[in-house]
Design a protein around this ligand. Structure first.
Ligand SMILES: [Fe+2]
Ligand SMILES: [Fe+2]
Length: 197
């Protein structure tokens, strides 16, 4: 495995988590649905913990968490753009629309977050010695939460959109009710949504 590119992944993972915290802070302010607000508050706390976990990983691997890379700058730029999009929607003064934008922005941010941790998990199986242990331990603490962040929020975004269209929605979404933690589970939950109405 290429060590330099592994380091790049870890810097990007930290930057993604830092952006995630800011996006959740903004999203919580946009939440109209009480269940969703509670969910995003939980994910905000978990993302704060993920920042801590990533900072520990970097320091245990003797990497400086302040290191800038071109890829990391791109991740920051995307995060700031999502944040701006949420603020734009919020300033338009339509709470339901802003909540929907926030849900979609979270799905975009969590797609990257989820992939980072999937890659960290893969890297842990290829790394050697202490590096493998450090990556594996971090991965085991975070992975299930990332599954929830992505799949449950995808469910919220879909059902809130349906609701906004005047189509009968399942709220909270099937992904949350069925406690989905995998892509297969998310597909099954979507399949079951008609029976849940
Ligand atoms: Fe995370
Ligand atoms: Fe996440």
């Amino acid at each position: 495995m290429k060590e330099e590119q592994l380091n790049e992944l870890l810097y990007q993972a930290l930057e993604t988590e830092l952006g995630g915290v800011q996006i959740y802070e903004a999203a919580v302010r946009c939440a109209v649905n009480d269940d969703l607000k509670e969910e995003w508050e939980k994910y905000l706390e978990q993302s704060r913990n993920h920042v801590q976990i990533m900072q520990n990983v970097l320091s245990e691997l003797d990497l400086d968490s302040q290191t800038e890379t071109p890829g990391r700058k791109v991740v920051r730029h995307l995060g700031e753009s999502l944040l701006e999009a949420i603020e734009m929607a919020r300033s338009n003064g339509e709470p339901e629309a802003a909540q929907l934008v926030a849900a979609e922005c979270i799905v975009l941010a969590e797609t990257k977050d989820h992939q980072n941790w999937q890659l960290i998990g893969e890297a842990a199986t290829k790394a050697k010695g202490e590096t493998a242990d450090i990556l594996q331990e971090a991965h085991d603490q975070v992975e299930e939460e990332e599954d929830e962040h992505l799949y449950h929020t995808m469910g919220w975004a879909r059902e809130l959109w349906l609701d906004s269209l005047g189509i009968k929605a399942v709220l909270p979404p099937p992904e949350e009710v069925k406690d989905v933690k995998s892509a297969i589970g998310a597909a099954r939950a979507q399949h079951a949504r008609r029976d849940m109405m």
